[in-house]
Write a protein that binds this ligand. Structure first.
Ligand code: UDP
Ligand code: MG
Length: 318
């Protein structure tokens, strides 16, 4: 039996793009149904993220036109990540697999075939990753690639150059549901779910209509969110810096004592400078230590699942 696929598409003020997107996706879906790769009950689910334009009217009209279109409307604008999660968690009730994509079709829709192929090999999650960043500006390319490398250094597991275009099975979504945090950075959270996964690459295009809903300010806020909601390394950095400063002050002290013994010291200067560095270092170190505990509290309050079981032989036998 072919599986029921739901395409989850978050939309914010996408009235210009929606008709084009709907047409492209429905033809893709029907060709997949014809090949019997997905169930005829598969649907396209639009999530209206509190749009101020005609987005919801268009979604309702599409739904009246054909059962293949469905949608949910959020009570207000909550941002891309929340809209996407709302869509995934709603779709989970009705389908076997979801594929999330942006409404602007910048992610090549032929990726769906590749993802389904990986799914047939038993993957629970398939990450869509861009093969290159040629369609980006030099600035975006440089900052984005640097950012992914930095995330990696901070101990955040993300698939290089992957955004929020990915396939997730019902099982993987049930895993994701157990992550109760409200600060969402899905591309960093999904890898924590685990299970058999793979990467499918695609070429990203330019936006065809409408404009980007991610201006630089929102992008920076999102990048910062990625670090602070998944890593407590910045706190560790303060602790290390404080320790380093303190060590420097000890070094200075030794240096000044030796110059004093040699009789070349300037009166009163050494004690002032050493104490500035020592106090600065100790203060940073103390803040860092307090921070370490706050970091622990932070992670505890997220109440993430401590494990997710993949296979239980005991249950398989029954
Ligand atoms: N989006 C959303 N809520 C927001 C902002 C954006 O649901 O508050 C959706 C938007 O409609 C699109 C996707 O998120 O489907 C990605 O946004 P966009 O294409 O503008 O970002 P970019 O590709 O420029 O990074
Ligand atoms: Mg886009």
């Amino acid at each position: 039996m072919a599986e029921i696929l739901y395409l989850v598409i978050p939309c914010y003020n996408e009235e210009e793009m929606l008709p084009i997107t709907a047409k492209a996706l429905v033809s893709k879906l029907s060709s997949l149904m014809d090949e019997d790769l997905i169930s005829p009950q598969s649907k396209i689910m639009f999530v209206d993220d509190g749009s101020k334009d005609k987005t919801w009217e268009i979604i309702e009209k599409l739904h009246q036109l054909s059962e293949v279109f469905t949608g949910i409307k959020l009570s207000r604008n909550r941002g891309h990540q929340n809209a996407l999660l709302a869509g995934l968690m709603t779709a989970k009730k009705y389908c076997d697999i979801t594929i999330s994509m942006d409404a602007d079709l910048q992610d090549d829709i032929d990726i769906i075939d590749k993802m389904l192929e990986k799914r047939s090999e038993g993957c629970e999650i398939v990450y869509g990753a861009r093969d290159n960043r040629d369609s980006d500006t030099k600035f975006k390319k440089f900052t984005a690639e640097g950012y992914y490398k930095m995330l990696e250094k901070m101990g955040v597991e993300v698939t290089y150059n992957s955004a929020d275009c990915r396939l997730m099975s019902k099982r993987a979504l049930e895993g994701l549901e157990q992550f109760k945090e409200v600060n969402l950075f899905l591309r960093g959270m999904v890898p924590m779910v685990g299970y058999k996964s793979d990467v499918a690459t695609y070429t990203r295009h330019e936006r065809q209509a409408g404009e980007s809903k991610y201006p630089l300010k929102k992008m920076l806020a999102f990048a910062f969110e990625g670090i602070t909601s998944l890593s407590t390394k910045p706190i560790r950095f303060i602790t290390s810096l404080g320790f380093l400063l303190f060590v420097v002050s000890i070094g200075m002290l030794i240096y000044f004592v030796t110059t004093k013994i040699c009789g070349k010291a300037v009166e009163g200067w050494a004690s002032t400078v050493v104490s500035i560095w020592a106090i600065g270092g100790l203060q940073l170190l103390s803040i860092g230590v307090v921070g370490e505990y706050i970091g622990k509290i932070y992670l505890e309050t997220k109440a993430r699942p401590r494990f997710i079981i993949d296979i239980n032989l005991e249950e398989e036998n029954n």
